[in-house]
Design a protein around this ligand. Structure first.
Ligand code: MF3
Ligand code: CO
Ligand code: CO
Length: 253
């Protein structure tokens, strides 16, 4: 979407701020032995408490046989994104992606982090750091006068320079009025390509990075994406608003 009115921008900001603090509250629960469904239940309660609606629950994508059943996506280790919460319990050394979306006062925001449980391997630590920095590098490119391809090119160049791989099959996206909107925002590609970035655009930037091959495939549940080689994957996401000054991060506490 393109937001123009100050009132709408304020609602978007308010929702983004609330969603960010909900995600940090859920992340606080991360510990060995907790099940992924418990995290989901807590996230749902927190969204209800602020007067929002979980935007992923019931969401349909072409090809998936079931609508998405949960509030959160919880993706562990070689799971890249869209892991469905369930009985699985977390263990020391796991890395866990938490992705959450909320509709609030009519506006959709979307944000994700990846966190280690207990003590994680140095390589896992590096994967998290590089993926988080890749998101920030993408955000720095997101400004008027640039094009969407500049975001992906900057992310890809940084990640591959760190000798890690960037996932191609899944992309960032426009957001604000729906879970997913135009334009697609790939985390790879070439500078000076793709749609122009203009003031008022609301985008979800979300690099997905792996320690091994970049290739991923969706599981039989129709949702959970995993790396084909079983290597670990990380994912960070923010909703941003393009202003005259540059990108404003909407999903910060
Ligand atoms: N949050 C995901 C994204 O970042 C979308 C999840 S849709 C769902 O684009 F239905 F899988 F939850
Ligand atoms: Co998301
Ligand atoms: Co998203």
């Amino acid at each position: 979407m393109i937001v123009r009115s100050e009132k709408h921008i304020e609602s978007l900001r308010e929702g983004g701020r609330k969603l960010a603090s909900i995600l940090s509250s859920v992340a606080c629960c991360l510990a060995p032995e907790i099940s992924t469904i418990e995290l989901d239940t807590y996230a749902f309660e927190l969204i209800k408490k602020v007067g929002g609606t979980p935007s992923f629950k019931g969401y349909r994508i072409p090809g998936a046989k079931q609508p998405y059943p949960a509030t959160l996506c919880v993706s562990v280790n070689d799971e890249v994104v869209h892991g469905i919460p369930g009985k699985r319990t977390l263990r020391d050394g796991d890395i866990v992606g938490l992705d959450i979306g909320m509709k609030y006062k009519g506006f959709f925001t979307d944000t994700a982090i990846t966190v280690g449980i207990g003590r994680i391997a140095p390589e896992s630590e590096r994967l998290l750091a590089v993926t988080k920095k890749a998101l920030n590098i993408g955000i720095a490119e997101a400004r008027t006068g640039r094009r969407v391809g500049d975001i992906g090119a900057a992310i890809q160049q940084y990640v591959e320079g760190e000798r890690l791989s960037v996932v191609r099959e899944l992309v960032g996206h426009g957001v604000g009025k729906a879970v997913h909107e135009e334009p697609e925002v790939p985390n790879w590609g070439a500078h000076k390509t793709g749609p122009e970035i203009v003031e008022g655009m609301v985008l979800a930037l979300e690099p997905m990075v792996t320690l091994g091959s970049p290739r991923v495939r969706v599981s039989r549940d129709g949702w959970t994406w995993r790396t084909i080689d079983g290597s670990l994957a990380a994912h960070f996401e923010h909703t941003i608003l393009i202003t005259k000054e540059g990108a404003e991060i909407i999903t910060l506490t």
